[in-house]
Design a protein around this ligand. Structure first.
Ligand SMILES: N[C@@H](CCC(=O)N[C@@H](CS)C(=O)NCC(=O)O)C(=O)O
Length: 216
């Protein structure tokens, strides 16, 4: 039995999509980011920082989505280059880059959506994180121009952006990032991605297509 602890639209989507790509059947337990349940002893026993995702698999629990993605590719022997190969370095680099970008996206979610009261939100920090997001998107645009996937073929490095590619164009418009936008559409067109969206449910985070920067 595989059980994924999931919030629709969050980083757990990375794991859900990868499980679909690998043909693994998982039961989902849905949590909320806002009702306090992630701070419960029940959830903290699975993920000590109270963060989504956690995955029950092969007789244990794993937290940290990057570790889960590495574990799944290692044990299922697919969608990642072998350790020790030059392509493995690229794989690891983009895998971890996804989390650098995800942390910025998480800050923007807090600035635009979660922080209450709204008067506590900082226009300066929102602007700073929007700029930092743009920098990561420029790096991806430069890398993806003229190629289909982050590596020579589709891999779990692409999947690691599963949360990000739903989020990034909600804060930065796509016009300056044509290669990134095409890659995002190719990811979303994969049958496993679509199955994961259908199983995991619509985003529990976003209610708007785009969040304007309020420069004050
Ligand atoms: N590096 C961790 C980050 C996990 C994380 O921050 N998840 C978010 C959802 S996308 C979360 O659980 N947030 C709840 C909170 O911060 O209280 C991972 O990749 O698993």
């Amino acid at each position: 039995m595989i059980r994924l602890h999931h919030v629709p639209g969050s980083r757990s989507f990375r794991v859900l999509w990868l499980l679909e790509e690998l043909g693994e059947v998982a039961e989902l337990k849905i949590w909320s980011l806002t009702d306090g349940s992630l701070r419960s002893p029940e959830f903290r026993a699975l993920s000590p920082a109270g963060r989504i995702p956690a995955l029950e698999i092969d007789g244990r629990v794993i937290f940290e989505s990057g570790a889960i993605v590495e574990y799944l590719t290692e044990t299922r022997g697919r969608l990642a280059p072998r350790p020790g190969t030059p392509e493995r370095v690229d794989f690891l680099q983009w895998l971890h880059f996804a989390e650098t970008q995800a942390n910025i996206l998480q800050n923007l979610n807090i600035h635009h959506i979660f922080l209450r009261p709204e008067s506590a939100r900082s226009a300066a920090l929102t602007k700073l994180d929007t700029k930092r997001l743009e920098v990561t998107m420029r790096a991806m645009e430069a890398h993806l121009a003229g190629r289909d996937w982050l590596l020579d073929s589709f891999s779990a490095a692409d999947v690691m952006f599963g949360f990000n590619l739903e989020a990034m164009f909600r804060f930065v418009r796509p016009e300056a990032f044509p290669a990134l936008a095409v890659w995002a559409e190719c990811c979303k067109a994969r049958p496993a991605y679509r199955r994961a969206v259908a199983k995991g449910g619509a985003s529990a985070i976003y209610t708007q297509d785009f969040y304007e920067l309020n420069d004050g």
